[in-house]
Ligand binder design. Sequence first.
Ligand code: AMP
Length: 116
Amino acid sequence: MAEETIFSKIIRREIPADIVYQDELVTAFRDIAPQAPTHLLIIPNVLIATANDASEAHEQALGRMITVAGKIAKEEGIAEDGYRLIINCNRHGGQEVYHIHMHLVGGRPLGPMLSH
Ligand code: AMP
């Protein structure tokens, strides 16, 4: 059983976060340390620790994360220029918070997909 992270507290609104969207499946909020003019995180309300833990039972929530990303990108005015959706997994992926999350980053040209 995965341990809850700070993101569960954000979903339950127990700690402050700049939540821009929430429904029965997902929550989206601004990253506390933005790495681009637009940087949000979209997470399932249910705790899935990493991409390795995703199962068929999670497909509705995982699919919703992408449709919500597109909706937020339009609202943020970055849809036409484009943006990047990133899910980091475990150590080599650079995952820091073990509640699966999709980064939505944009607002400037993002350069090559991998730095090296
Ligand atoms: P990752 O490295 O993919 O696990 O990304 C974790 C992200 O969560 C980082 O971009 C952090 O800046 C962000 N983060 C951590 N704590 C918070 C928080 N309390 N509110 C918003 N974003 C957070």
